[in-house]
Design a protein around this ligand. Structure first.
Ligand SMILES: [Zn+2]
Length: 104
């Protein structure tokens, strides 16, 4: 499915995030940012790898599970976020090559 990117997204602004991937949409609160786009495209690759339902259900489950266990905001502890943050500066990450060159 073709990725759709929305810049200056009201939804992203309301949610208070720089960007959010709601496959197949990437909603960006501001303008183009290379590292942020890499981050969101890694989430696109995760959804394609895991499937929509499994990815989002797993993301929410991890959020709840880890927030309770850690007794704090667990965003940076989520496996999907750890993967995205660890690779967002890698220009040659396979997920970025696959998604960005063919479908946008
Ligand atoms: Zn993320």
């Amino acid at each position: 499915m073709k990725v759709r990117i929305v810049y200056r997204s009201r939804i992203a602004k309301i949610l208070g995030v720089g960007g959010i991937t709601l496959y197949p949409y990437i909603l960006i609160s501001g303008d183009y940012d290379e590292v942020l786009m890499n981050h969101e495209f890694i989430h696109i690759a995760q959804v394609r790898r895991d499937g929509w339902l499994r990815f989002y259900a797993g993301y929410l489950w991890d959020w709840v599970r880890l927030s309770v266990r850690l007794n704090k905001h667990a965003y940076f502890e989520l496996p999907a976020e750890i993967e995205a943050f660890s690779s967002q500066r890698l220009v040659r990450h396979p997920a970025l090559n696959e998604t960005r060159t063919r479908e946008v």
